[in-house]
Every structure is written in C-alpha cells, then in structure tokens.
Design a protein around this ligand. Structure first.
Ligand SMILES: Cc1cc2nc3c(=O)[nH]c(=O)nc-3n(C[C@H](O)[C@H](O)[C@H](O)COP(=O)(O)OP(=O)(O)OC[C@H]3O[C@@H](n4cnc5c(N)ncnc54)[C@H](O)[C@@H]3O)c2cc1C
Length: 311
C-alpha cells in the first residue's frame, strides 16, 4: 500500500494545445491509460468518444468564437434558441462572443440546425476540424451563412477581455489528486465538467499501479499517533481484502471494500466565475478540512494567474 499527500495541478499549459490533444489527455485520466498517448492518437480518440456517446469527455475542450452579424435578426434568432451550455455575450452592436465546449457546439447543431448563426458557427468549425461533428446526423451549411462572419478568438485574446467577460468566457481545468470523499463533494458543483479515474475500470493489482492501492494521507491524524496507526491498519486490511477479491472478481465488484481514503484523480473544468463560487464555499471555515487543504492554496494560485478576477 502506498500513502501520498493530496495535490493539484492547474492544467493551463494544456489549454495551449489543440482541442483533440486536450480532450485525449483528460479522457485518459478515467482509464489511467495516458501511456497510450502518442502524436497520432488524439483525433481517433476523440472520434471514438463521440461514436460511443462518451460525451462528457468532449466537454474537456472549450473554445471561443466571435460572430459578426449584419442583421440584428440573426442575433435575436440565436437568443430565441438558447443553446444549452454556451456562454453568449454581445460585447458590441452586431457582435457576439460565444464560448462553449466541443460537446456544447455539437449539441447546438443537433438541436437547432435551422438557426442561421448556429449554421454559420457549425460551418466554420466543420471547415477547420473535420472530426468536430462526427456522428451528428445534421446537414452542415457548406460555406456558412450570408451576412454572418465567424472567427476564432485565441486564448491570449480571451485573457485580454475585461474582467466581466473574462470570468465568464475563460475556462480552466484543474487536476486534483485527492481522496474520494473530497471528490464526492467537488462533483456537486453542477456548472463544472468532470472526469474521474474509474475504480470500475482500473485494476490496482496491475503492474502499472504497482500492484497496490494508493491512499491519501489524512490531515486529521498526526503521523505516528495512535489514531494514525489505527487508520493505517484499516487501510492495510482494506487493501488485503480488495486484492483477495480481485483473484475471482472484477474491479467494480472488488472496489466495494475500498474506503473514502482511496486516492483518486479528478479533472474539474469550468469558467472563472464558477471557480470563484467554489472557492467561496470550499475555503470557508465551514468547509471540510481536507477540502480546504487543497482549495486554499489553489485559490492563492488563481489570484496570481488572474488578478483582475480574483483580487
Ligand atoms: C459547508 C458545506 C456543507 C454542505 N453540506 C451538505 C450536506 O450536508 N448535504 C448535501 O447534500 N450537500 C451539502 N453540501 C453541498 C451543497 O448543498 C451544494 O450542493 C454544493 O455546495 C454546490 O453548491 P451550489 O449549489 O451553491 O452551486 P453549484 O452547483 O456550484 O452551482 C453554481 C451556481 O449555479 C446556479 N445553479 C446551478 N444549478 C442550479 C439549479 N439546478 N437551479 C438553480 N440554480 C442553479 C446557482 O446560482 C449556483 O450558485 C454542502 C456544501 C458546503 C460548502
């Protein structure tokens, strides 16, 4: 058995990669199959996720578009549709700022295929990324729509938006390595996208896991104290039973004996406004101490990265 401290990594560097690379990296956390990533693997991985309907993986790539419309009617049309999970602003007359994940843009086309702005955005995305709408049974306008011009807003430009737009349109992912009690609480934050290491899939008796179960050191007990020794003994027993069950059972059956202290990896992806809300709730004195253990330093990190929002 292995005991490690909790940790987090802000995946800001990943945001500078292409959409498929980002999606594959996050998706493979579920299966702990990061060793299968190579230069060719990202687009087939994304296509496979789309075909199998593992749509939450497609939430791990977010992009921002600018749409210029000659007619106000086009803008009104998009607002009438209210595509779900897209963040839409009108920073200037006849201009829209639209941010969403690959999944949100795919479902926008699926549910609102006749709207002019939807067709223009879909056409733009399809021309740039031929994998984007894999499996979506809709006809995509071949050359966009008259009077609507779509362009991509690069991350550097998003970062220069005024604070009110920045907090809504800037999304950022964080990978947590924490215990399962902490992730159970984090996943209550509904506006986020999540991907988590799968205990149903991962078999911790395999070589790549060191043939052992990893636990997160609990902050409640000082190392060497009576309580810590009781906890350690309990973890040792759990691991023993788990490995014994794996001799005849599947990981999903064997995991029923694994405790809250089990290490897990969770990727949380949301905009800065939601991160602000999470910090407000999860750094307060009322929050669970193991949660505060990671959220307080993470909030400090965000203050350095985005001072205009996290003053
Ligand atoms: C100290 C503490 C103790 C807790 N104890 C318990 C407990 O004992 N039992 C328990 O079950 N949970 C508990 N929770 C979890 C809590 O109830 C919330 O589920 C969790 O904190 C998510 O926060 P939220 O609902 O404010 O916002 P999020 O889910 O993060 O959503 C962000 C914002 O989006 C909006 N929003 C999202 N979804 C909806 C919706 N469906 N309708 C309207 N507005 C929406 C709201 O404006 C919300 O503030 C606890 C949380 C904390 C911090």
């Amino acid at each position: 058995m292995k005991i490690i401290p909790p940790s987090f990594t802000v995946l800001e560097q990943l945001d500078r990669e292409s959409l498929p690379v980002r999606i594959e990296y996050c998706g493979r956390v579920c299966y702990k199959s990061e060793d299968r990533i190579d230069r060719e693997s990202a687009i087939p991985f994304v296509a496979r996720m789309a075909e199998h309907g593992h749509n939450s993986v497609l939430e791990m790539g977010v992009l921002t578009l600018e749409v210029e419309c000659r007619q106000q009617e086009s803008i009104d049309g998009l607002f009438r549709c209210q595509p779900r999970y897209l963040f839409i602003d009108t920073p200037a007359d006849n201009r829209l700022l639209v941010t969403g994940s690959v999944r949100a843009f795919r479902e926008m086309l699926l549910f609102h295929p006749r709207d002019a702005v939807v067709r223009a955005m879909s056409s733009f995305l399809h021309q740039r990324h031929d994998w984007f709408f894999t499996g979506i049974p809709q006809e995509i306008a071949p050359a966009g729509e008259d009077g609507i011009r779509v362009s991509r807003i690069r991350l550097e430009e998003v970062d220069r938006l005024p604070a009110a737009l920045l907090e809504k349109h800037r999304h950022i992912a964080v990978k947590f390595v924490v215990n399962r009690a902490v992730t159970h609480e984090i996943v209550r934050h509904r506006p986020c996208s999540f991907l988590q290491e799968s205990q149903r899939y991962c078999r911790y008796s395999d070589d790549k896991f060191g043939s052992e179960v990893t636990f997160i050191r609990p902050l409640f007990f000082a190392e060497g104290s009576v309580e810590y020794n009781v906890w350690q003994q309990a973890m040792r027993e759990c691991e023993k039973m788990y490995l014994q069950l794996l001799e005849t059972c599947t990981p999903q059956a064997a995991r029923t004996v694994l405790p809250n202290s089990c290490k897990t990896e969770l990727i949380v992806y949301c905009n800065l406004a939601e991160w602000m809300h999470i910090f407000r709730l999860r750094t307060s004195k009322a929050a669970e101490p193991s949660m505060r253990e990671v959220m307080i330093p993470l909030q400090e990190d965000f203050r350095d990265r985005f001072p205009a929002v996290f003053r």
